[in-house]
Design a protein around this ligand. Structure first.
Ligand SMILES: [Zn+2]
Length: 328
C-alpha cells in the first residue's frame, strides 16, 4: 500500500470540520425579493407559471414589504403594473404612478427596508417594448436616446418618492450616465444605481412576462438585450456602466451565465449582483412539484453556486424562504 501525503477527505470527516473549511456561506443579507404591485387588481393574484409568487394590490404592498423585512431581508425590488399603458410610457414617470405610490407606502411603513425600483418602460408602453418605438412600414425601431430621456425621468420620480436605489433594466445605451446626471442635478446624489449591466435576451424570462404583463406585442428584444453567446461584449457593456457611474452591476439571468458573473466580479471589483430569473425559478418549482428534486437543497445549492461564481447579491423569488433557511 502506498502512503498518501495528501488526503483531502480528512477535512470532510465531520460536520464541524466541513463547517470550518466552508468557503461560501449564504446569509439573509445576500438576497433581494422582487415584488409586483398592480393597479389592476383589488387583492393578491397568483401567477400560475411562478408558484408562490403573486401580484399585489396597491393597498397590500406595504404589508408585504414589511413581512419581507421581518423575515430578515434588507431589500425588495419593486415592479409596477399600471392601469393604463400608452406609447410614451407616461405611467413610468408619473408622480402618482403605481411604483411611486408603492415606494411611499413602503417607506412610511418600514423606513429601514431598502427599496430598489425597476426602471424600465415595457410595463407602461402599450406595445410592451422597453423603449420608444418608431414604426416604419413593416419594420419598427426602438429609439435609444428618446428612450433614455424617459428612463431618466422615471428614475428621478422613483428617487423623489424615496427609492434607495434605482435599477434600470432596459439595456438602452448611455442610460446609466443620463440617470446619474438627472439624479445629481435634482439633489439625489445619495440615490444609488444598480445597473443591469449584462442582460441577455433569454428564454428564461418567460414566466416573468405573466407576472409583469409586459410581453412585446410585436418583434422581440434582441436589438437591445444581449446575445447569449457573447462574453467579451458583456464585459464591454459592464465597463460602460461602471464608467457612467453604476454603484452595483448586475448579470441576468444567473445560472446559464456564471462565467460572465465570475469575469465581471474579477474584472471590476464592484459589488456584483445576479438575477435568478423567473424561468430558473419555475424549472425547479416544477421538478419539486413532481417529486423529482428536493426544493430546499436544490435552491441552496443553486444560490451557493451563484455566490461562489462572484455574486455579492442575488435577486430571487425564494428570498423570503432563503432568509429563513440561512438564518443562524
Ligand atoms: Zn423592459
Amino acid at each position: 500500500m502506498r502512503t498518501l501525503l495528501h488526503r483531502p477527505r480528512r477535512l470532510r470527516r465531520t460536520p464541524a470540520l466541513r463547517d470550518l473549511v466552508r468557503e461560501t456561506t449564504l446569509t439573509p443579507n445576500d438576497f433581494i425579493l422582487p415584488l409586483f404591485v398592480s393597479e389592476k387588481i383589488k387583492s393578491r393574484r397568483a401567477i400560475n407559471s411562478m408558484p408562490g409568487v403573486e401580484q399585489l394590490a396597491p393597498n397590500e404592498i406595504a404589508a408585504e414589504a414589511a413581512r419581507a423585512a421581518e423575515s430578515g431581508l434588507q431589500a425588495v425590488l419593486l415592479f409596477g403594473i399600471p392601469n393604463e399603458k400608452d406609447e410614451q410610457a407616461s405611467g413610468a414617470y408619473a408622480d402618482d404612478g403605481v411604483v411611486q405610490k408603492a415606494v411611499r407606502a413602503i417607506k412610511a411603513a418600514r423606513p429601514d427596508l431598502l427599496v430598489i425600483t425597476d426602471v424600465c418602460l415595457c410595463e407602461y408602453m402599450s406595445h410592451g417594448h422597453c423603449g420608444v418605438v418608431r414604426r416604419d412600414g413593416d419594420h419598427f425601431h426602438v429609439l435609444n436616446d428618446e428612450s433614455v430621456e424617459l428612463l431618466a425621468k422615471a428614475a428621478l420620480s422613483h428617487a423623489a418618492a424615496g427609492a434607495d436605489l434605482v435599477a434600470p433594466s432596459d439595456m438602452m445605451d448611455g442610460r446609466i450616465g443620463a440617470i446619474r446626471e438627472a439624479l445629481d442635478r435634482a439633489g439625489f446624489d445619495q440615490t444609488g444605481i444598480i445597473s443591469y449591466a449584462a442582460k441577455f435576451a433569454s428564454a428564461f424570462y418567460g414566466p416573468f412576462r405573466e407576472a409583469a404583463e409586459s410581453p412585446p406585442q410585436f418583434g422581440d428584444r434582441r436589438t437591445y438585450q444581449m446575445d447569449p453567446a457573447n462574453a467579451a461584449e458583456a464585459l464591454r457593456e459592464t465597463a460602460l456602466d461602471v464608467a457612467e457611474g453604476a454603484d452595483i452591476v448586475m448579470v441576468k439571468p444567473a445560472v446559464a451565465y456564471l462565467d460572465i458573473l465570475w469575469r465581471v466580479h474579477e474584472r471590476f471589483g464592484l459589488t456584483t449582483a445576479a438575477y435568478h430569473v423567473s424561468g430558473e425559478y419555475a424549472m425547479v418549482k416544477a421538478a419539486a412539484a413532481n417529486g423529482w428534486l428536493d426544493e430546499r437543497s436544490a435552491v441552496l445549492e443553486i444560490m451557493t453556486g451563484i455566490k461562489r461564481a462572484g455574486a455579492d447579491l442575488i435577486v430571487t423569488y425564494w428570498a423570503r424562504e432563503l432568509a429563513e433557511w440561512t438564518r443562524r
